[in-house]
Design a protein around this ligand. Structure first.
Ligand code: GLA
Length: 383
């Protein structure tokens, strides 16, 4: 701690009484769409983060200011409700959760600034929710644990953003650890840190620059398709309460005739297996074997779970036969955002320049890329 600084953009909001919190975005190495199926995920917090300043004031009003949108919002505490599509909704959603939990929330001034690219699949919304939850917890001395804060942040996303997300993003933002990935059991919320040692390789994200407009509606549909599958399997196997408990054989036997639900559920069950085996690969230092599983995950997300898009597919297929790229796949909810790639360090520069040109030519868009480092989760940088 101590190494994270208050960004210059927020300095004007900081007085002696201001609390400043930093909460990062996340990547996920493998285990996609498994979290809300009570499976496993393997995320890590990154060096792109959201920063929040908060200070108590007299009265029962919230004064919110977003540096990124250069916009202010004033809200009466008694009048808090979702403002779907607006940056303030993520903040208000968290305040609402604190109120629902019986906390007395005073008026406050809050400033927010972030450098997590929006809509890129790096969980900027979870970073906002976690930063605000952590800041309020400190301001009110509520004493919620990090786990409780993750659940508060997730509930805010459900109710104030309308996305029935799993727990991965909020958990990763709050629990990240420098240079480690988190193997999280999304059923018990037990977790384990693994050092991420990639040797001669590094992680590079390619941003399609496609904003995922379909993401929230299709996301909720995928979730209910999985629930439908569980219901069907449960008729024959009452001990199955989520896809976590199911095997591929059960999926084939019980959902075989429901084509769409079958494809969705099969993907999730196989993705959980890939993740478990992938963790063994990483522990054995077999990054190449791990990389192959990332390509398999992409194939499944694209063909079976159907949450990819032509730009994501293009980026993955472009690198697929390149010996310097040992793994690549789309990351996060889908329908846009980034691919995550494991690339030989010396080859990154050359690949980026070729791919940028090819992407512009074939997809008609500018490609962005990010070299990310793995950082600590939510921290107070000034109290
Ligand atoms: C989004 C959600 C997460 C998770 C991923 C897919 O990022 O917020 O909970 O479901 O999609 O793995």
């Amino acid at each position: 701690m101590g190494e994270y600084k208050i960004p210059g953009q927020l300095q004007e909001f900081v007085t002696d009484n201001t609390i400043v919190v930093r909460s990062p975005g996340r990547i996920n190495l493998i285990g996609e769409h498994t979290d809300y199926n009570e499976g496993f995920v393997l995320p890590a917090a990154i060096d792109k983060a959201v920063y929040v300043t908060i200070e108590k004031i007299e009265g029962a009003k919230l004064y919110l200011h977003s540096i990124d949108f250069n916009e202010s919002a004033e809200v009466e505490l008694a009048d808090i409700k979702p403002v779907f599509g607006h940056w303030s909704t993520y903040i208000l959603g968290v305040v609402d959760q604190f109120l629902q939990k019986g906390q007395t929330v005073p008026g406050f001034k809050l400033g927010i600034y972030g450098n997590v690219p929006l809509g890129a699949g790096l969980s900027s919304s979870a970073a906002i929710e976690c930063a605000v939850a952590f800041a309020l917890n400190e301001l009110l001395q509520s004493g919620f644990s990090r786990k409780e804060l993750a659940l508060i942040a997730q509930a805010a996303e459900h109710k104030y953003a309308g996305v029935k997300c799993g727990i991965m993003d909020q958990f990763a933002s709050l629990f990240g650890k420098k240079d480690h990935v988190i193997r999280l059991d999304c059923r018990s919320l037990e977790y384990e840190y693994f050092p991420l040692e990639l040797g001669e390789y590094e992680i590079v994200l390619f941003d399609t620059m496609v904003k995922h407009t379909l993401a929230s509606s299709e996301y909720n549909i995928r979730r209910s398709q999985c629930e439908e599958g569980v219901m069907l399997i449960g008729q024959n196997y009452p001990s199955v309460h989520s896809l976590r408990d199911a095997t591929v054989e059960m999926v084939n036997e019980c959902i075989g005739e429901f084509e769409t639900a079958h494809r969705r559920c099969k993907f999730v069950v196989e993705e959980n297996i890939r993740l478990q085996e992938g963790c063994t690969d990483l522990l054995n230092g077999n990054v190449e074997a791990f990389g192959k599983k990332m390509f398999a995950t992409h194939e499944g997300l694209s063909k079976e779970y159907e949450v990819s898009c032509k730009e994501l597919d293009y980026l993955v297929s472009y690198v697929k036969n390149n010996p310097d790229v040992i793994g690549a796949r789309m990351m996060g909810g889908g329908f846009g955002g980034c691919t995550i790639n494991i690339i030989q360090k010396d080859a990154v520069e050359g690949l980026v320049s070729k791919l940028t040109e090819a992407y512009a030519q074939n997809m008609g868009r500018e490609l962005k890329y990010y070299l990310v480092s793995i950082e600590d989760g939510t921290t107070i940088i000034k109290s």
